[in-house]
Design a protein around this ligand. Structure first.
Ligand SMILES: NC(=O)c1ccc[n+]([C@@H]2O[C@H](COP(=O)([O-])OP(=O)(O)OC[C@H]3O[C@@H](n4cnc5c(N)ncnc54)[C@H](OP(=O)(O)O)[C@@H]3O)[C@@H](O)[C@H]2O)c1
Length: 298
């Protein structure tokens, strides 16, 4: 049996959908099983026969983490230790999701899995601590680092942009942070492929969609595809600005492109371009008439 945590989150909801589609034997939970409470984890698992834990739960408020350091570390590090220990006791594997924010963003050649980590904010520090616990406690793990995640099941940059582009005449977007968007549904497929492997190749892997862009270029593509595919109907001026135009509590890595050679070579996982993945998502938005307004209600 598989235990999926964070099933109400953006990635977790896509994972739950796929687990159902594949007819997997799984249980799932979100806040109702506080993974930072070891006793709650043990009580929930009891003597269930668990083969995998997929951890999609996290404290993901990057700016909020600066003033909620204890909570960020509790959920992104101590809770991950609880899951790794619970997996070890049950001879189960752990698939844990981590982030490009473990890097400082100064390496303009992109980051491989073994490159030096040096987070520039509390969120990144807490996620790095979680990774360290996993590696120390449980050899049977996959840590998948991802970046700039968006999908149907949560607030994200694509919904925010669609909302702004629908309501404003002029939208300013940061152009000096570079990375790779990741469609949550593509990452969920990667997790399913890992689970179905017969020869596990445990370790740390990067996964995002291929290609790179800055947030302004990402916004321009959302605008172009939105005009072409439907959700957007009016002209808007998009303007590139520096990060300094939007002061925020947490620093962000300026360049956080994740190299995907390892996941391609070792796990034979294909990586499609971020524009192709975005087109799929925009098609779904159009088909289901999703909107940021609808999301805000949920
Ligand atoms: N979003 C991104 O751009 C991004 C980028 C790189 C990596 N990642 C990583 O990708 C993973 C998935 O991210 P996401 O954006 O899908 O996250 P998300 O939408 O914030 O979902 C996380 C879920 O975990 C729940 N949760 C929080 N604390 C919990 C606890 N103590 N016990 C049980 N559940 C708890 C959250 O509940 P509440 O909503 O009630 O707090 C939420 O439902 C995370 O590991 C994240 O660090 C995300």
């Amino acid at each position: 049996m598989i235990w999926l945590t964070g099933n109400k989150g953006m990635l977790g909801s896509d994972l739950e959908k796929l687990l159902k589609e594949y007819g997997a034997d799984f249980i799932s939970s979100d806040r109702e099983v506080d993974i930072s409470d070891r006793a709650a984890v043990e009580q929930f698992l009891g003597d269930k026969k668990i083969k995998w834990i997929i951890n999609a739960a996290a404290y993901t408020d990057v700016d909020g983490a600066e003033s909620n350091k204890d909570l960020a570390f509790r959920v992104n590090a101590e809770a991950v230790r609880n899951l790794a220990e619970a997996a070890r006791t049950r001879s189960a594997g752990l698939i844990h999701i981590s982030t490009d924010y473990v890097f400082d963003g100064k390496n303009q050649c992109g980051y491989g899995e073994d490159d030096e980590t040096s987070p520039v904010n509390v969120y990144g520090q807490s996620k790095l601590k979680g990774e360290i616990y996993v590696r120390d406690i449980l050899p049977e793990h996959y840590i998948i680092r991802t970046s700039w995640l968006y999908g149907a099941g949560g607030r994200n940059f694509v919904f925010t942009m669609l909302d702004l582009l629908n309501t404003k005449k002029e939208v300013k977007v940061v152009s000096d942070q570079i990375g790779s968007p990741t469609y949550a549904s593509d990452l969920a497929e990667v997790v399913m492929k890992i689970i179905r492997r017969e020869d596990p190749k445990y370790g740390t892997y990067n996964f995002s969609n291929s290609g790179s862009c800055n947030w302004y270029e990402f916004a321009c593509e959302i605008y172009l595809q939105g005009r072409k595919l439907g959700p957007l109907t009016k002209d808007v001026e998009l303007m590139p600005v520096d990060t300094s135009a939007f002061p925020r509590p947490a620093a962000r890595p300026a360049y956080s492109l994740l190299k995907k050679d390892r996941i391609k070579m070792e796990l034979s996982i294909g990586v499609r371009h971020w524009k192709a993945a975005l087109a799929d998502f925009m098609g779904i938005i159009r088909a289901e008439k999703m909107s940021a307004d609808k999301l805000r209600e949920t």
